[in-house]
Design a protein around this ligand. Structure first.
Ligand SMILES: Cc1cc2nc3c(=O)[nH]c(=O)nc-3n(C[C@H](O)[C@H](O)[C@H](O)COP(=O)(O)OP(=O)(O)OC[C@H]3O[C@@H](n4cnc5c(N)ncnc54)[C@H](O)[C@@H]3O)c2cc1C
Ligand SMILES: N[C@@H](Cc1c[nH]c2cc(Cl)ccc12)C(=O)O
Length: 516
């Protein structure tokens, strides 16, 4: 039986993989994780998809177990500011899209336009976020939802099995370093062998498969399956096995980031329960509220802005609270490895691939890869079908997310400088150009978005198209022939529900002050 796994790298990818494989295979698998004491982790990665609750659930962890330990907060949406024009914002929320008479409510919105805010008209959460509320009452109940932790009929499903069935109403923000620490304990308590040392060499056998890795002080580590979680370095997959990296730079030019972790009194500041992405002259700034600090960073294209200017802009954006904080400058490798599983090596995390963090997809990619690895775990015959299925799934997830991100820039109305004008003339994936033409007269649905699982449902595309404002959209022609009264009732029910929820839900800070 293949049961000796060596994981190289102890960032979010390494520890999530170690924890999940232990939870999946228990004593029947031996895992050694080696991480360097000299090479640090990337040090960012704080916002998630809502799907990550399937990960914690798989590990048998409840919010109360891990959230306080990671200074975690709730994320109800991404809030996009200034992408259309100055002082404009809209939300991409975690909330199921309603349908009326077979048409998505956003289509009715284009037809009837109750107000100029599609997000507030079509979703309850937009106003709940504006009011700074927690989606849970102080006693922990999740308001107005058909499911909850532990009582969710979606338990035990993988992410792709879940998609389209229900939409959980929130995701999380957390401190990446604290999550890695939490998962280290989880994994080590369950038998994962933890070595802190530098891998100096990757050893190949006659067939070119990995036979072991040589460490500085712990000798050779041998195994059956090697997981490359070494981050942007791709030490095993890209360096030792020479698997090529396919860059997405031609369509997604942001290749750099500068990050600050700014301590703050959140009681005074309050918690806005969402990630904010504020458009800038050469990219955008993320703002992620955690308990005790705000994580922030400027994602930009080096062709348009120097690291010094990016840091200066970010510091001006944050204000005096960041004066004593050291900046973390990061060069991002955007794209994916041609194949993430080659021979007996599987790359997970930044070594497999990465797109800029605009929709918080990094940890989602890791989670997805781990689910796929567990499902396709190799047997002694190394049947290539498992590897091929895995590689297809990983390639599709990343290519699909790339299309979704490119759409943000194509659809953003801003054209006020060269950076933003270039977003309208740069090449985009062929299929996306065709899809956008379709969406101008028929909002995205499951037949017209990227056709393989990539984590984003059609309603996410609708939010970006409607919010960014640069593409002219028309409602379905058929709506002119339909009776619109049911849609009007739906809009007024949303208004009513919004009013009620913003009254009864507690402020997000108050909720965490009590629960952490
Ligand atoms: C600017 C930015 C913002 C991001 N924001 C988000 C976000 O909001 N949401 C999200 O989901 N994702 C985000 N991500 C992605 C997220 O940070 C990563 O997906 C996640 O941290 C996983 O990183 P990793 O574990 O692959 O690599 P790393 O954190 O880089 O870890 C690499 C590990 O490999 C080890 N290592 C390297 N070389 C050796 C060696 N020779 N020997 C032994 N060990 C070695 C290191 O010690 C380290 O432990 C962001 C990424 C960037 C760059
Ligand atoms: N499967 C994802 C899809 C998703 C639905 N809404 C959002 C909003 C944002 Cl900001 C990211 C992702 C998503 C999920 O449910 O998390």
């Amino acid at each position: 039986m293949l049961n000796k796994v060596v994981i190289v790298g102890g960032g979010t990818a390494g520890w999530m993989t170690a924890s999940y494989l232990k939870a999946a295979f228990g004593e029947r698998i031996q895992i050694t994780l080696v991480e360097s004491g000299n090479v640090g982790t990337v040090g960012v990665g704080e916002a998630t998809f809502s799907d990550i609750r399937h990960f914690f659930e798989f590990l048998g962890l409840k919010e109360k177990d891990w959230m306080p330990a990671c200074n975690a907060t709730y994320k109800l949406a991404v809030r996009f500011e200034n992408w259309r024009e100055k002082d404009h914002y809209f939300y991409h929320p975690f909330e199921q899209m309603r349908s009326v008479n077979g048409f998505p409510l956003t289509d009715w919105w284009l037809h009837q336009s109750p107000t100029e805010r599609f997000d507030k008209d079509c979703f309850v959460m937009a106003s709940v976020i504006d009011a700074g509320r927690s989606p849970r009452m102080l006693d922990g109940t999740l308001i107005d939802q058909p499911f909850d932790e532990g009582a969710d009929e979606m338990q035990g499903l993988t992410m792709s099995e879940h998609q389209g069935k229900t939409q959980f109403p929130y995701a999380y923000h957390f401190e990446a370093a604290l999550l890695a620490k939490y998962l280290t304990k989880y994994a080590v308590d369950r038998g994962v062998k933890h070595i802190v040392d530098d891998v100096k060499q990757v050893n190949l056998d006659d067939r070119g498969w990995i036979s072991g890795v040589t460490t500085a002080e712990h000798g050779d580590l041998t195994g059956d399956v090697f997981i490359d979680c070494t981050g942007f370095r791709g030490l095993l997959l890209n360096k030792a096995l020479e698997e090529p990296f396919i860059s997405y730079a031609d369509t997604l030019p942001n290749d750099s980031a500068v990050a600050l972790q700014v301590p703050m009194d959140m009681e005074k500041r309050g918690i806005r329960p969402c990630t904010t992405a504020t458009a800038q002259d050469a990219g955008w700034i993320w703002t992620i509220p955690l308990m005790g600090r705000v994580g922030t960073g400027y994602v930009y294209a080096k062709d348009y802005l120097s690291p010094e200017d990016a840091e200066r802009t970010l510091r001006e954006f944050v204000g005096p609270a960041a004066a004593d904080v050291e900046a973390n400058h990061i060069k991002m490798r955007i794209g994916r490895s041609r194949n993430s599983w080659v021979k007996n090596c599987v790359a997970i995390g930044l070594s497999s691939g990465f797109v800029e963090p605009l929709e918080s997809t990094g940890i989602f990619f890791i989670h997805h890869a781990i689910e796929q690895l567990a499902k396709n775990f190799p047997g002694e015959d190394w049947n290539p079908t498992h590897r091929d299925l895995y590689n297809k799934a990983i390639g599709n997830v990343m290519d699909g997310v790339r299309e979704f991100l490119v759409l943000h820039y194509v659809a953003a109305k801003r054209t006020d400088n060269q950076y933003w004008r270039d977003t309208k003339t740069r090449a985009i994936p062929d299929a996306l150009a065709e899809r956008i033409e379709t969406w101008k007269t028929q909002l995205p649905d499951s037949e017209t978005v990227f056709p393989y699982y990539h984590g984003l449902p059609p309603y996410s595309y609708m939010c970006i198209l409607l919010g960014m404002g640069g593409i002219d959209l028309k409602p379905s022609r058929a709506l002119a022939l339909c009776d619109g009264s049911a849609a009007e009732r739906e809009f007024s029910e949303i208004r009513e529900k919004t009013r009620r929820l913003t009254e009864v839900l507690p402020p997000a800070y108050e909720y965490f002050a009590q629960h952490h």
